[in-house]
Design a protein around this ligand. Structure first.
Ligand code: 7PM
Length: 291
């Protein structure tokens, strides 16, 4: 049974309303030179390749993506920090271009308040922060922008988070962190209905930690917020299957199915069409069981 705790939930994203009563797909467009899976694909000479991004965005939306996640800072392990100006130069032109190209919600993957403000002005409909709005002024700016926010858990920082991740009880600790950040958001004036939470797979987690979070993903639904899961092409697939980067699709699809069955409302993925088919099969199979 798909334990969708956000059944009936919707997310109001700057004029677009997302129906979260069944799991939806968020397509990933990393506008960075070094993101682990599509690094540099959307940049040429360090600048966004707007034609290539336009084509990919249209393709992702026609394949079923309801949200596109655009980020200018690679947050994979060991990633080099990027200046705020570089992040702005990468993402703002892309929002300005894509907002007229598709009716998908455009999500900003950033922790920088200045980038959030600029992206909102350029068409962002969702703020996705891997640091859960902990940077100075991030809470206040997010509240001022009145956009929905995704709060993700990360232990440590991208350049060191995978060296020695350690928890007493990873699920309880991650859940408590997200509950705490959600309370901080509501205290800053962000409506409860505008908050999404995300356990942050591979952000300061070993394979065992990631598998425990996936096994107990339904516990995050108890907090009453829609859950986002980003498992696509991540390192846990390599550790389980031994596959290299170009062959992580089967593992990614299996993880997407499991996350959806365990209550995830938003699946953050690189392979949109394939994941959309997985969700169609899941919903048909669950529908058969229910009826
Ligand atoms: C390691 C490998 C770290 C890949 C990060 C990545 C998430 C995200 C990213 C996630 C939310 C990549 C990702 N992952 N935002 N941004 N949840 N909310 O695809 O799991 O490069 S970055």
């Amino acid at each position: 049974m798909t334990a969708n705790h956000s059944a009936g939930a919707t997310l109001s994203c700057a004029g677009s309303v997302l129906d979260l009563s069944t799991p939806i797909v968020m397509g990933v467009l990393n506008i960075t030179p070094d993101s682990f899976s599509d690094g540099g694909r959307w940049l040429s000479d360090g600048r966004p390749d707007l034609d290539a991004l336009r084509r990919e965005a249209v393709a992702m939306v026609s394949a079923g993506a309801k949200i596109l996640d655009l980020g200018g800072e690679s947050t994979r392990p060991g990633a080099a920090p990027v200046s705020e100006q570089e992040e702005l130069d990468r993402v703002v032109p892309v929002f300005e271009t894509l907002k007229n190209e598709t009716d998908a919600v455009l999500s900003l993957d950033s922790s920088s308040p200045a980038v959030m403000r600029a992206a909102a002005a350029a068409g962002a409909g969702l703020l996705n922060d891997v640091r859960a709005l902990q940077r100075h002024n991030a809470l206040e700016i997010a509240a001022e922008l009145s956009l929905p926010v995704c709060l993700m858990h990360m232990q440590g920082a991208p350049d060191t988070m995978q060296q020695a991740p350690e928890y007493q009880d990873v699920v309880t600790e991650v859940k408590l962190f997200l509950a705490d950040r959600a309370v901080a958001c509501m205290g800053a004036g962000i409506a409860r209905s505008q908050i999404v939470i995300d356990p942050g797979f591979c952000f300061g987690k070993t394979l065992e930690h990631n598998l425990a979070l996936l096994a107990q993903l339904e516990r995050f639904g108890d907090l009453g917020f829609p859950v986002m899961a980003g498992l696509s092409r991540k390192s846990l697939i390599v550790k389980i299957t031994g596959r290299d980067l170009d062959d992580r699709l089967p593992g990614s699809l299996a993880l997407a199915m499991l996350a959806a069955q365990r209550g995830a409302s938003i699946l953050r993925v690189h392979d949109v069409a394939e994941t959309a088919d997985v969700l169609r099969v899941l919903q048909a199979a669950e529908g058969a069981r229910i009826s």
